[in-house]
Design a protein around this ligand. Structure first.
Ligand code: NDP
Length: 280
């Protein structure tokens, strides 16, 4: 499944959406500290914004910034009309409480979908901002017409930003969903039953050929650096048995950025009153 090609199509749609909205759209990105990978991700997001007509508004803070200073910046961005969406790049330095920082973002600007209000909307079947990675995965599955209704889906990993939301989205499409994690007994046996496997763990090659049913769809979310190379959570030879597979790189990653852009336009639509944002 070619995430790069689909992401290009999504970006074209987003560019159209921005132009059609008829008001400026800005995405504020906040990077705290000197983490190289985070800096690269933020740069990619800024470049993608420029390409579709979203103004990137970047704030870079030193790793020594206090949580109060960061919260004050988030407060200013909440109040700034130029800022349609706010993204605080994770992970934050150890001395900061990520949950507190995310909760400080106005839910109507929570384009990353990590705020408990956004998570609650998804849980209750009225999604507003769905976290970009799971949203991108669903778009890939739809584009490749992977049947989900009644399908057995196994999600490996239960994080708030990937595992849990993708499980809810698959459930909403009427898949029968099993969530696996580090305490799951007989992981190979569980994964082998899946028509759709989502691997979101962060361990190179942990889903092996022997674990995958012939013809299954395998979504590889993992990003692991092994001897200077980026690889996923799915072993290379899984392609010999999988019906569909997302490559790493070029699968889920590009779709994540494209979905973030989509969410930013959606925020613009809420703020313009074109879409109703559920309150309370
Ligand atoms: P987390 O570290 O938050 O979660 C990892 C999950 O994997 C946990 O739920 C953990 O279980 C589970 N796990 C760990 N070891 C095992 C094991 N041996 N067997 C089964 N489950 C296990 O990671 P994220 O969800 O944030 O990210 C997962 C991966 O996806 C990472 O490689 C990350 O870089 C990548 N990623 C990629 C994105 C993209 O755009 N392509 C976006 C976001 C993430 P437990 O809860 O029990 O500890």
């Amino acid at each position: 499944m070619d995430g790069k090609a689909l992401a290009a199509r999504v970006r074209a749609e987003v560019a159209y959406g921005v132009a059609e909205l008829g008001r400026p759209v800005g995405l504020a990105t906040v990077l705290v500290g000197e983490d190289q990978a985070s800096a690269l991700y933020v740069r990619r997001k800024q470049e993608a914004c420029e390409e579709v007509g979203i103004e990137p508004i970047h704030h870079e803070l030193s790793g020594a910034t206090s949580e109060e200073e960061l919260l004050a910046l988030v407060g200013r961005l909440n109040a700034d009309e130029r800022v349609t969406g706010i993204l605080v790049q994770l992970p934050l330095p150890e001395h900061m409480d990520e949950g507190r920082v995310i909760r400080a973002i106005e839910p109507i600007k929570d384009v990353d979908g990590f705020h408990p209000v956004s998570a609650g909307h998804l849980l209750q079947g009225e999604p507003t901002f769905v976290a970009a990675t799971p949203a991108g995965i669903m778009e890939l599955l739809a584009a490749y017409e992977i049947p989900l209704e009644g399908a057995r889906a196994v999600v490996v990993g239960r994080s708030n930003i990937v595992g849990k939301p993708i499980a809810l989205l698959l459930l909403a499409e009427n898949a029968t969903v099993t969530m696996c994690h580090s305490r799951t007994r007989d992981l190979p046996g569980v994964v082998r039953e899946a028509d759709v496997v989502v691997a979101a763990v962060g361990r190179a090659g942990m889903v092996t050929r022997e674990m995958v049913k012939e013809g299954a769809t395998v979504v590889d979310v993992g990003i692991n650096r092994v001897s200077g190379k980026v690889v996923g959570d799915v072993a290379e030879d899984v392609r010999e048995v999988a019906g569909h597979l997302t490559p790493v790189p070029g699968g889920v990653g590009p779709m994540t950025i494209a979905s973030l852009l989509r969410n930013t336009v959606r925020a613009g639509e809420y703020q313009a009153g074109r879409l109703a944002f559920p309150r309370g």
